[in-house]
Design a protein around this ligand. Structure first.
Ligand code: GDP
Length: 319
Protein backbone atom coordinates (compact mmCIF):
# COMPACT_ATOMS: atom_id res chain seq x y z
CA UNK A 1 0.00 0.00 0.00
CA UNK A 2 1.18 3.49 -0.88
CA UNK A 3 0.47 6.32 1.56
CA UNK A 4 0.43 10.01 0.65
CA UNK A 5 0.11 13.06 2.94
CA UNK A 6 -1.55 15.99 1.23
CA UNK A 7 -3.40 19.30 1.11
CA UNK A 8 -5.86 20.20 -1.62
CA UNK A 9 -4.30 21.94 -4.67
CA UNK A 10 -0.76 20.84 -5.58
CA UNK A 11 -1.48 17.79 -3.47
CA UNK A 12 -4.66 16.88 -5.35
CA UNK A 13 -2.86 17.07 -8.70
CA UNK A 14 -0.20 14.70 -7.36
CA UNK A 15 -2.90 12.35 -6.00
CA UNK A 16 -4.43 12.35 -9.49
CA UNK A 17 -1.04 11.20 -10.83
CA UNK A 18 -0.85 8.47 -8.19
CA UNK A 19 -4.29 7.09 -9.01
CA UNK A 20 -3.09 6.71 -12.58
CA UNK A 21 0.17 5.06 -11.49
CA UNK A 22 -1.06 2.47 -8.94
CA UNK A 23 -4.32 0.52 -8.52
CA UNK A 24 -6.67 2.91 -6.70
CA UNK A 25 -7.38 0.49 -3.86
CA UNK A 26 -3.65 0.41 -3.05
CA UNK A 27 -3.61 4.12 -2.29
CA UNK A 28 -4.27 5.68 1.14
CA UNK A 29 -4.52 9.46 1.29
CA UNK A 30 -4.00 11.24 4.64
CA UNK A 31 -5.53 14.69 4.32
CA UNK A 32 -5.03 18.02 6.08
CA UNK A 33 -8.08 19.22 8.03
CA UNK A 34 -6.52 22.47 9.36
CA UNK A 35 -8.57 24.47 6.79
CA UNK A 36 -11.90 22.98 7.95
CA UNK A 37 -14.56 25.50 8.82
CA UNK A 38 -18.24 26.10 9.32
CA UNK A 39 -20.02 27.96 6.52
CA UNK A 40 -23.76 28.73 6.49
CA UNK A 41 -23.98 26.18 9.31
CA UNK A 42 -22.37 23.47 7.16
CA UNK A 43 -19.21 21.50 7.97
CA UNK A 44 -16.65 22.22 5.25
CA UNK A 45 -13.42 20.21 4.80
CA UNK A 46 -11.86 21.87 1.72
CA UNK A 47 -8.89 19.54 1.31
CA UNK A 48 -10.89 16.34 1.85
CA UNK A 49 -13.43 17.65 -0.69
CA UNK A 50 -10.73 18.35 -3.29
CA UNK A 51 -9.24 14.88 -2.82
CA UNK A 52 -12.64 13.15 -3.12
CA UNK A 53 -13.53 15.23 -6.18
CA UNK A 54 -10.15 14.44 -7.72
CA UNK A 55 -10.30 10.70 -6.98
CA UNK A 56 -13.87 10.44 -8.30
CA UNK A 57 -13.07 12.45 -11.43
CA UNK A 58 -15.63 15.15 -10.53
CA UNK A 59 -13.16 18.01 -9.91
CA UNK A 60 -13.25 21.16 -12.01
CA UNK A 61 -9.89 21.10 -13.79
CA UNK A 62 -10.15 24.79 -14.77
CA UNK A 63 -10.59 25.98 -11.18
CA UNK A 64 -8.65 23.18 -9.45
CA UNK A 65 -11.38 22.97 -6.77
CA UNK A 66 -15.10 22.26 -6.63
CA UNK A 67 -17.20 20.31 -9.11
CA UNK A 68 -16.82 20.40 -12.88
CA UNK A 69 -19.64 22.32 -14.60
CA UNK A 70 -21.05 23.62 -11.32
CA UNK A 71 -23.33 26.66 -11.06
CA UNK A 72 -23.50 29.17 -8.22
CA UNK A 73 -27.22 30.10 -7.95
CA UNK A 74 -27.42 29.35 -4.22
CA UNK A 75 -24.33 31.49 -3.56
CA UNK A 76 -25.81 34.39 -5.54
CA UNK A 77 -29.12 34.11 -3.69
CA UNK A 78 -27.40 33.99 -0.29
CA UNK A 79 -25.49 37.13 -1.30
CA UNK A 80 -28.77 38.88 -2.27
CA UNK A 81 -30.19 37.85 1.11
CA UNK A 82 -27.27 39.58 2.82
CA UNK A 83 -25.35 36.47 3.86
CA UNK A 84 -21.56 36.20 3.51
CA UNK A 85 -20.59 35.02 0.01
CA UNK A 86 -16.79 35.20 -0.14
CA UNK A 87 -16.37 31.42 0.07
CA UNK A 88 -17.58 29.99 -3.23
CA UNK A 89 -19.76 26.95 -2.82
CA UNK A 90 -21.30 25.64 -6.03
CA UNK A 91 -24.80 24.18 -6.26
CA UNK A 92 -23.54 20.62 -6.86
CA UNK A 93 -20.76 21.06 -4.31
CA UNK A 94 -23.44 21.91 -1.74
CA UNK A 95 -24.50 18.23 -1.70
CA UNK A 96 -21.06 17.23 -0.32
CA UNK A 97 -21.35 19.69 2.57
CA UNK A 98 -25.00 18.85 3.31
CA UNK A 99 -24.17 15.14 3.44
CA UNK A 100 -21.09 15.62 5.65
CA UNK A 101 -23.02 17.89 8.02
CA UNK A 102 -25.86 15.34 8.27
CA UNK A 103 -23.46 12.46 8.92
CA UNK A 104 -21.64 14.44 11.64
CA UNK A 105 -24.93 15.53 13.24
CA UNK A 106 -25.95 11.86 13.40
CA UNK A 107 -22.87 11.27 15.56
CA UNK A 108 -20.39 9.93 13.00
CA UNK A 109 -16.76 10.92 13.37
CA UNK A 110 -15.09 12.86 10.54
CA UNK A 111 -13.31 9.60 9.52
CA UNK A 112 -16.63 7.75 9.34
CA UNK A 113 -18.30 10.58 7.44
CA UNK A 114 -15.34 10.79 5.02
CA UNK A 115 -15.37 7.02 4.43
CA UNK A 116 -19.13 7.08 3.74
CA UNK A 117 -18.92 10.07 1.38
CA UNK A 118 -15.91 8.68 -0.50
CA UNK A 119 -17.76 5.36 -0.96
CA UNK A 120 -20.85 7.09 -2.28
CA UNK A 121 -18.67 9.00 -4.78
CA UNK A 122 -17.27 5.64 -5.94
CA UNK A 123 -13.76 6.33 -4.63
CA UNK A 124 -11.80 3.11 -4.18
CA UNK A 125 -8.74 4.63 -2.47
CA UNK A 126 -8.82 5.09 1.30
CA UNK A 127 -9.22 8.74 2.33
CA UNK A 128 -8.32 9.50 5.97
CA UNK A 129 -8.60 12.87 7.69
CA UNK A 130 -5.45 13.50 9.71
CA UNK A 131 -7.53 13.67 12.92
CA UNK A 132 -11.13 13.46 14.10
CA UNK A 133 -10.55 16.29 16.56
CA UNK A 134 -10.75 19.86 15.25
CA UNK A 135 -7.36 21.39 14.44
CA UNK A 136 -7.55 24.91 13.04
CA UNK A 137 -4.76 26.74 11.24
CA UNK A 138 -4.63 30.31 12.56
CA UNK A 139 -2.67 32.96 10.67
CA UNK A 140 -1.50 35.89 12.78
CA UNK A 141 -1.39 39.10 10.71
CA UNK A 142 -1.20 42.85 11.49
CA UNK A 143 -5.00 42.87 10.89
CA UNK A 144 -5.47 40.24 13.63
CA UNK A 145 -5.83 36.48 13.71
CA UNK A 146 -7.42 34.91 10.63
CA UNK A 147 -8.60 31.39 9.88
CA UNK A 148 -6.78 29.89 6.91
CA UNK A 149 -9.81 30.39 4.64
CA UNK A 150 -10.17 34.04 5.71
CA UNK A 151 -6.48 34.59 4.96
CA UNK A 152 -6.43 32.58 1.73
CA UNK A 153 -9.86 33.06 0.12
CA UNK A 154 -11.45 36.18 1.66
CA UNK A 155 -8.31 38.32 1.81
CA UNK A 156 -6.47 36.59 -1.08
CA UNK A 157 -3.31 36.07 1.03
CA UNK A 158 -2.35 39.76 0.83
CA UNK A 159 -1.73 40.19 4.60
CA UNK A 160 1.73 40.08 6.06
CA UNK A 161 2.10 36.85 8.03
CA UNK A 162 3.51 37.21 11.52
CA UNK A 163 3.09 33.61 12.65
CA UNK A 164 1.09 30.44 12.11
CA UNK A 165 -0.32 28.14 14.75
CA UNK A 166 -2.47 25.03 14.79
CA UNK A 167 -5.21 25.47 17.37
CA UNK A 168 -6.30 22.20 18.95
CA UNK A 169 -3.32 20.23 17.64
CA UNK A 170 -1.72 19.45 21.03
CA UNK A 171 -4.89 17.64 22.14
CA UNK A 172 -5.71 16.02 18.79
CA UNK A 173 -5.14 12.34 18.06
CA UNK A 174 -4.30 10.86 14.68
CA UNK A 175 -7.51 9.53 13.11
CA UNK A 176 -7.95 5.75 13.26
CA UNK A 177 -5.68 4.07 10.73
CA UNK A 178 -3.29 6.98 10.21
CA UNK A 179 -0.39 5.66 12.29
CA UNK A 180 -0.86 2.04 11.09
CA UNK A 181 -0.90 3.15 7.46
CA UNK A 182 2.33 5.13 7.86
CA UNK A 183 3.98 2.21 9.67
CA UNK A 184 2.93 -0.46 7.17
CA UNK A 185 3.11 1.43 3.85
CA UNK A 186 5.50 0.31 1.13
CA UNK A 187 6.20 3.99 0.46
CA UNK A 188 5.21 7.22 2.20
CA UNK A 189 4.91 10.20 -0.12
CA UNK A 190 4.62 13.85 0.88
CA UNK A 191 2.70 15.65 -1.88
CA UNK A 192 3.96 19.01 -3.22
CA UNK A 193 1.63 20.77 -0.80
CA UNK A 194 2.18 23.87 1.26
CA UNK A 195 4.68 22.71 3.92
CA UNK A 196 3.33 25.19 6.50
CA UNK A 197 -0.47 25.17 6.12
CA UNK A 198 -1.13 21.78 4.47
CA UNK A 199 1.57 19.37 5.68
CA UNK A 200 2.29 21.48 8.82
CA UNK A 201 -1.08 20.74 10.49
CA UNK A 202 -0.72 17.01 9.77
CA UNK A 203 2.75 17.00 11.37
CA UNK A 204 1.40 18.96 14.36
CA UNK A 205 -0.91 16.10 15.37
CA UNK A 206 1.00 14.31 18.13
CA UNK A 207 2.33 10.94 16.98
CA UNK A 208 2.33 11.52 13.21
CA UNK A 209 5.86 12.95 13.01
CA UNK A 210 7.14 10.11 15.17
CA UNK A 211 5.40 7.56 12.91
CA UNK A 212 7.10 9.11 9.87
CA UNK A 213 10.47 8.95 11.62
CA UNK A 214 10.09 5.31 12.60
CA UNK A 215 8.43 3.81 9.50
CA UNK A 216 10.61 1.37 7.58
CA UNK A 217 9.19 2.75 4.31
CA UNK A 218 11.11 5.35 2.36
CA UNK A 219 9.64 8.83 2.85
CA UNK A 220 9.72 10.81 -0.41
CA UNK A 221 8.61 14.45 -0.71
CA UNK A 222 7.95 16.42 -3.89
CA UNK A 223 8.97 20.06 -3.51
CA UNK A 224 6.24 22.71 -3.94
CA UNK A 225 9.07 25.24 -4.33
CA UNK A 226 11.10 25.82 -7.50
CA UNK A 227 14.06 28.17 -7.11
CA UNK A 228 12.96 30.82 -4.60
CA UNK A 229 9.24 30.70 -5.40
CA UNK A 230 6.21 28.58 -4.70
CA UNK A 231 4.72 27.10 -7.87
CA UNK A 232 1.48 28.81 -6.77
CA UNK A 233 -0.15 30.31 -3.68
CA UNK A 234 1.27 31.77 -0.47
CA UNK A 235 3.78 29.06 0.54
CA UNK A 236 6.77 31.42 0.20
CA UNK A 237 5.36 34.02 2.64
CA UNK A 238 4.24 31.35 5.06
CA UNK A 239 7.63 29.59 4.97
CA UNK A 240 9.43 32.89 5.56
CA UNK A 241 7.16 33.59 8.56
CA UNK A 242 8.14 30.18 9.95
CA UNK A 243 11.82 31.06 9.40
CA UNK A 244 12.22 28.48 6.68
CA UNK A 245 14.37 29.41 3.69
CA UNK A 246 12.16 29.66 0.59
CA UNK A 247 13.97 26.99 -1.41
CA UNK A 248 14.31 23.23 -1.54
CA UNK A 249 16.68 23.66 1.43
CA UNK A 250 13.73 25.05 3.42
CA UNK A 251 11.58 22.07 2.41
CA UNK A 252 14.38 19.70 3.47
CA UNK A 253 14.61 21.54 6.81
CA UNK A 254 10.85 21.34 7.41
CA UNK A 255 10.94 17.56 6.94
CA UNK A 256 14.50 16.95 8.19
CA UNK A 257 13.69 14.36 10.85
CA UNK A 258 11.94 11.89 8.54
CA UNK A 259 12.70 12.69 4.89
CA UNK A 260 14.69 10.15 2.84
CA UNK A 261 14.36 11.57 -0.69
CA UNK A 262 13.44 15.04 -1.95
CA UNK A 263 12.24 15.39 -5.53
CA UNK A 264 13.23 18.80 -6.86
CA UNK A 265 13.03 20.58 -10.20
CA UNK A 266 15.94 20.12 -12.64
CA UNK A 267 16.62 23.86 -12.41
CA UNK A 268 17.43 23.26 -8.70
CA UNK A 269 20.12 20.65 -9.50
CA UNK A 270 22.93 22.68 -7.86
CA UNK A 271 20.94 23.26 -4.67
CA UNK A 272 19.96 19.59 -4.68
CA UNK A 273 23.62 18.58 -4.76
CA UNK A 274 24.37 20.94 -1.86
CA UNK A 275 21.67 19.55 0.42
CA UNK A 276 22.42 15.89 -0.25
CA UNK A 277 23.77 14.07 2.77
CA UNK A 278 24.11 10.58 4.23
CA UNK A 279 20.53 10.97 5.47
CA UNK A 280 18.95 12.77 2.52
CA UNK A 281 18.94 11.81 -1.14
CA UNK A 282 17.79 14.20 -3.83
CA UNK A 283 16.46 13.53 -7.28
CA UNK A 284 15.83 16.15 -9.94
CA UNK A 285 13.12 15.90 -12.54
CA UNK A 286 10.31 18.02 -14.00
CA UNK A 287 8.09 18.52 -10.93
CA UNK A 288 5.61 20.87 -12.66
CA UNK A 289 2.25 19.20 -13.25
CA UNK A 290 0.90 21.15 -16.20
CA UNK A 291 -0.75 18.17 -17.87
CA UNK A 292 -2.33 14.87 -16.82
CA UNK A 293 0.74 13.12 -18.27
CA UNK A 294 3.01 15.28 -16.06
CA UNK A 295 1.03 14.18 -12.99
CA UNK A 296 1.28 10.47 -13.80
CA UNK A 297 4.96 10.70 -14.72
CA UNK A 298 5.82 12.58 -11.50
CA UNK A 299 3.88 10.01 -9.45
CA UNK A 300 5.76 7.16 -11.16
CA UNK A 301 9.09 8.90 -10.49
CA UNK A 302 8.21 9.37 -6.80
CA UNK A 303 7.26 5.69 -6.57
CA UNK A 304 10.42 4.54 -8.31
CA UNK A 305 12.74 6.56 -6.04
CA UNK A 306 10.86 5.21 -3.03
CA UNK A 307 12.02 1.71 -4.02
CA UNK A 308 15.69 2.48 -4.26
CA UNK A 309 18.12 5.11 -3.13
CA UNK A 310 18.00 7.95 -5.64
CA UNK A 311 21.47 8.23 -6.99
CA UNK A 312 21.39 10.49 -9.99
CA UNK A 313 20.96 14.16 -9.31
CA UNK A 314 19.90 15.82 -12.51
CA UNK A 315 18.98 12.54 -14.21
CA UNK A 316 15.72 14.05 -15.33
CA UNK A 317 12.99 11.92 -16.75
CA UNK A 318 10.57 12.98 -19.43
CA UNK A 319 12.32 16.15 -20.44
P1 GDP B 1 -4.06 23.89 -0.52
O1 GDP B 1 -4.57 22.93 0.52
O2 GDP B 1 -5.12 24.37 -1.47
O3 GDP B 1 -3.20 24.99 0.05
O4 GDP B 1 -3.15 23.01 -1.50
P2 GDP B 1 -1.74 22.28 -1.34
O5 GDP B 1 -1.04 22.72 -0.10
O6 GDP B 1 -1.94 20.82 -1.60
O7 GDP B 1 -1.04 22.87 -2.64
C1 GDP B 1 -0.44 24.14 -2.67
C2 GDP B 1 1.02 24.00 -3.07
O8 GDP B 1 1.11 23.27 -4.28
C3 GDP B 1 1.69 25.32 -3.33
O9 GDP B 1 2.67 25.53 -2.34
C4 GDP B 1 2.32 25.18 -4.73
O10 GDP B 1 3.64 25.67 -4.78
C5 GDP B 1 2.25 23.69 -4.98
N1 GDP B 1 2.03 23.34 -6.39
C6 GDP B 1 0.96 23.72 -7.15
N2 GDP B 1 1.08 23.20 -8.40
C7 GDP B 1 2.26 22.49 -8.42
C8 GDP B 1 2.95 21.73 -9.42
O11 GDP B 1 2.50 21.59 -10.56
N3 GDP B 1 4.14 21.16 -9.05
C9 GDP B 1 4.67 21.29 -7.79
N4 GDP B 1 5.84 20.70 -7.53
N5 GDP B 1 4.03 22.01 -6.83
C10 GDP B 1 2.85 22.58 -7.13
Amino acid sequence: MICVLTGGTGGAKFVDGLRRAVPEEQLTVIVNTGDDSSWWGLSISPDIDSIIYMLSGAISTERGWGVRGDTFHCLQTMKKLGEPAWFSIGDRDLAMHLLRTQLLLKGNTLSEATHEIANRFGVRSRVLPMSNQPVRTIIETPAGELSFEEYFVKRRYQDQVISVRFEGAPNAKPAPGVLDVIASAEAVLIAPSNPVTSIGPILAVPGIREALTSTSAMVVAVSPIVGENAVSGPAANLMAAQRLEVSIRGIATAYADFLDVLLAHTSDADAALEIRSDRLQTHCTNILMNTIEDRARLARTALSVSCREASTVGAAEGQ
